[in-house]
Design a binder for this molecule. Structure first.
Ligand SMILES: Nc1ncnc2c1ncn2[C@@H]1O[C@H](COP(=O)(O)OP(=O)(O)OP(=O)(O)O)[C@@H](O)[C@H]1O
Ligand SMILES: [Mg+2]
Length: 425
């Protein structure tokens, strides 16, 4: 704070000092002594000289002394021979008023009386020297600048220090950004950008941690099963037992392969630079086709109703990602629905909305945020384990890449409703 303040303060004070000094110099150069208003002085001198001319020369000194006493102005008679300077003498000779420097800041105004005498009146030039009041006011002026600067810089440096400390803590692997910067602070937008960046890094680190934990856990189970099957095969007496073990091993390899594929699919979407392949797609045919293919593959007994707005024939999206979104939502719905699923697509107020409803058990309110995290499965312990808990994490990321969001609510069918919405251009 001290360094910033002093630097800025010195800069402003020096600039002001240089500017006002330069201004004085320029004014002095372009407004010489000729601009002095000497007409009143000329009138006074003329009147005084006129009066003196009406008196005998011997009485001049007394008269002049009397005038000086009465008026308090220094008036004197000078002998012409004491005056030096050609220009001054020339002016006096022509009967004009001439000026002669007396001491710093004042001068004598001179008017010739006759060949021997010159009438002199001391005239004070406007003071160029600073008095104590001027010094005081100047100091007050610079103190006011200091005060204004302080009130501006103090909160700024305080907030910057808070931000710096928070950034340092963040850098020290305490992955939370806890700087308290008020909205009216000058660096509030900077702090907000920082906060968003920190949240993103935090999220990435957390998801990578989850991912490696889950992957190692998910891989360890089939691996130990495979080791067990190999041991069984080694001790097997006949070929059919060996074949049996081999087919179990094959299933475990397929499970590991699925996990790697799903994890890679999610990891790609988690990257900072996914490039979308946006195009215009006809949802009126695509949505029923995808729904039908998923239904046939998984549960032909279930009823899937699709309601697509009739003019949704050029919906802008990355169709590869949107197909993944719809398939993941449908796979979940099919897993939990009792009889019926409904898919709705509509464009309303510049927003594309894709709704997937089912008549299953629904998702409890307290879990509606959590299920979008990677590797989160609500009914893991219930013995229904299929998949890895990546489907909804992928849905969320894919919609976020479209600038939208996904929300869960209770469906009119009684189960869960997933609503993915993203802006229509
Ligand atoms: N329609 C639904 N009804 C009830 N619960 C659901 C529904 N969809 C998802 N869930 C819950 O959310 C969890 C996470 O779903 P997600 O799709 O992310 O993972 P998954 O389906 O278990 O596995 P994956 O999709 O990776 O194969 C599910 O395990 C389930 O508990
Ligand atoms: Mg799923």
């Amino acid at each position: 704070m001290g360094r910033h303040f002093l630097g800025l303060y010195l800069l402003i004070v020096l600039t002001l000092a240089v500017v006002s000094w330069g201004q004085d110099k320029i004014l002095q150069t372009y407004s010489g002594p000729e601009t002095r208003d000497d007409k009143p002085m000329a009138v006074a001198l003329f009147a005084l000289a006129n009066q003196l001319h009406g008196l005998p020369a011997e009485g001049w000194k007394d008269f002049v002394a009397g005038v000086a006493r009465k008026t308090g102005v220094e008036v004197e008679l000078f002998a012409t021979k004491d005056i030096v300077g050609r220009e001054t003498l020339g002016k006096l000779g022509r009967g004009e008023v001439a000026y002669m420097q007396a001491s710093a800041g004042d001068s004598w105004a001179l008017q010739r009386l006759d060949a021997d005498y010159v009438l002199a009146v001391r005239s004070f030039e406007p003071a160029t020297q600073r008095g104590p009041l001027e010094w005081f006011l100047t100091m007050l002026f610079y103190a006011a600048i200091a005060l204004v600067l302080m009130t501006w810089i103090w909160p700024l440096t305080r907030d910057l220090r808070v931000l710096e400390q928070a950034a340092a803590r963040f850098g020290n692997r305490n992955w939370s950004f806890d700087a308290v910067i008020k909205p009216h602070s000058q660096i509030y937008p900077l702090a907000q950008t920082f906060r968003r960046m920190a949240a993103r890094i935090d999220g990435l680190i957390a998801s990578h941690k989850d991912m490696s934990n889950a992957v190692s856990h998910e891989i360890r189970t089939p691996l130990s099963r495979m080791r067990f099957e190999i041991e069984l095969a080694q001790q097997a007496a006949d070929l059919s037992d060996v074949r049996n073990s081999l087919s179990h091993i094959k299933a475990d390899i397929a499970a590991i392969n699925d996990l790697v594929t799903a994890t890679l699919g999610y990891a790609i979407l988690e990257r900072a630079d996914v490039s979308l392949n946006i195009g215009a797609h006809d949802f009126t045919t695509l949505i029923p086709a995808i729904a039908e293919s998923v239904r046939c593959d998984a549960r032909p007994d279930i009823l899937i109703n699709t309601h697509v707005q009739s003019d949704a024939d050029a919906v802008s999206c990355d169709i590869h990602l949107l197909e993944t979104v719809l398939k993941n939502l449908l796979h979940n719905a099919i897993r939990y629905a009792r009889h019926e699923i409904s898919v709705t697509f509509e464009v309303h107020a510049g927003v594309n909305r894709l709704l997937v409803d089912d008549d299953g058990p629904g998702i409890p309110e307290q879990d509606r945020r959590r299920v979008f995290e990677s590797f989160v499965q609500l009914d893991r312990t219930a013995g229904r384990k299929t998949g890895f808990g990546l489907g909804l994490a992928i849905v969320k990321r894919a919609i976020e890449w479209h600038g939208g969001e996904v929300a869960i609510s209770r469906s009119p069918l009684g189960g869960a409703r997933f609503c993915a919405s993203w802006p229509a251009p």
